[in-house]
Design a protein. Structure first.
Lengths: 301, 301
């Protein structure tokens, strides 16, 4: 495998204070922990990272805090998109200048039922606005949230128009067939699974890895799958890791995903500050929290 | 009628250059024309104004250009929302400081199926972040685009929590029954119709006016309805104006709404630059454009 963007990436959650500001020291500590647990890269400021609930200045501050705190810039794959070209260029240019390995770009998500021509223009203007050959884009297909699917025709046009720049796609649709179809049709595109248990079957079909939420909790198991998936001698360990990933993914999905991930991280880091979310998301109820923590204990983590 | 925000407001379209920047002189000229045609106020930077396709700096520049160009700040009702509290506070505080009559605030629109509690927190944090008693908020209910409806329970809670601040709602759902129900339940809330032909029935049910897209073309007729709706001697003129509004509204809806409004403005202002849209929206085809222009000629405008 030799994609510009490949490997196990955590869709890193972002700790925040009770009054809605990023908790930068706790975030940096979480980034270091994720790399120590096995992540190749950190896809900070995605959907799990509540990127769109932070303003432009807060998002830039999070990237800068990670780098200033010793997280290698080359491990960072931040979400840098906004509904406007102007703000997307500002965030993306900053990340490229800071040395990020790539940028995860949603389509503009305010207007619905927009055309591929309109989406192409959006991405083209962002790429031209950034104007930096170091830019590596991972497209972000999450139609159940953005309501704006990224079609194969749009991918083909962007890869033809900007070879070497549009190098990956994160598919959070949960549709493994779509991921496999993209990997088959676009050999130069690194296809990253957005759901933890799908990384293994996607790797077997030519995919490039993952960007997932449960990696906040079980990066170790995902890394074990990544390292061993193609080694006949390690299939038992891979199967065991895959089962562990599925258990933790199921628990993270047992209530509202982002609130549950943060609830689990509060226990993991022994820090109740992790329970906070940015508006408009809200924390779990006390009963839900206790249930999640009890289930974590049963899973041995 | 005595609402903090009432009257005929145009959801002003925003002219842009071919490379995607606001055309500030053309915008200022359009604002002056709309006031001359009868608008009480200008709801710039809403959905029709492509607000979310402009970055934070572009949005601030548009408000400042209007005021510097002689448009009275007290006529302005800009859209100042973004998916994040931070950016919404920045845009809203700027508009309040500039003397705007109010601010139109979408709910945060990235995450779907969020709770009223989460939406309340978003608005509360924005209001507290702006921290200015001059702030007047018009909530923006456009669930077919934002996918985030604004419930009556949320309105009640916001009006109770921030009396005198949360003073209006724009309802772009097209659901007249919802508008009438809000006007009945919340006497202190100025309910503004988001569809031109609905202003008249809403006024008769206690509504406060409108914020509409076809006001870019037929503010004169909307103003005539506003001035005469309650005067028994002017009902013939009101009915004629209402018919004219419906004809123009239907034409603006004959193709993609925003592209059609801009196509109509290109003819009205005799300026092909008005044909441009911001990505991800695209202009009409040549055939569609010619059809719209021919229909405008038939309508006598």
């Amino acid at each position: 495998m030799n994609h510009a963007i490949q490997g196990v990436h955590c869709a890193a959650a972002t700790p925040v204070t009770a009054d809605g500001a990023p908790n930068l020291p706790a975030f940096v500590a979480h980034c270091h922990a994720l790399l120590a647990e096995g992540c190749h890269g950190l896809a900070l400021l995605g959907t799990t990272g509540e990127a769109n609930s932070f303003g432009r200045d807060q998002r830039i501050a999070l990237v800068e805090a990670a780098i200033a705190g010793g997280v290698p810039a080359g491990t960072l794959l931040p979400g840098t998109s906004a509904p406007s070209v102007e703000d997307t260029v500002a965030l993306t240019a900053h990340a490229v200048s800071a040395g990020a390995k790539g940028c995860l770009l949603l389509p503009p998500y305010y207007y619905k039922e927009v055309s591929d021509e309109g989406l192409y223009r959006f991405y083209a203007r962002v790429i031209e606005g950034v104007g930096d050959d170091r830019l590596r884009i991972v497209l972000y297909h999450i139609p159940q949230v953005s309501l704006i699917p990224i079609s194969h025709e749009l991918i083909a046009r962007l890869m033809a128009g900007f070879p070497g720049i549009v190098t990956g796609i994160k598919d959070s649709s949960g549709d493994l067939a779509n991921m496999i179809a993209m990997a088959a049709r676009f050999p130069g595109l690194g296809v990253l699974a957005g759901a933890d248990p799908l990384m293994l079957p996607l790797l077997r079909a030519g995919g490039a890895g993952c960007i997932t939420a449960a990696a906040n909790l079980r990066a170790d198991a995902l890394r074990l799958v990544w390292d061993g998936w193609n080694d006949p001698a390690r299939q038992d360990a891979v199967a065991a890791a895959q089962a562990r990933i599925s258990d933790w993914r199921a628990l993270s999905n047992s209530h509202a995903l982002l609130a549950t991930i943060k609830t689990m991280l509060a226990r993991r880091h022994d820090d109740p500050g992790w329970l906070n979310l940015m508006a408009p998301l809200v924390e779990l109820t006390t009963a839900e929290r206790d249930s999640v923590w009890a289930a974590m204990a049963r899973l041995g983590g």
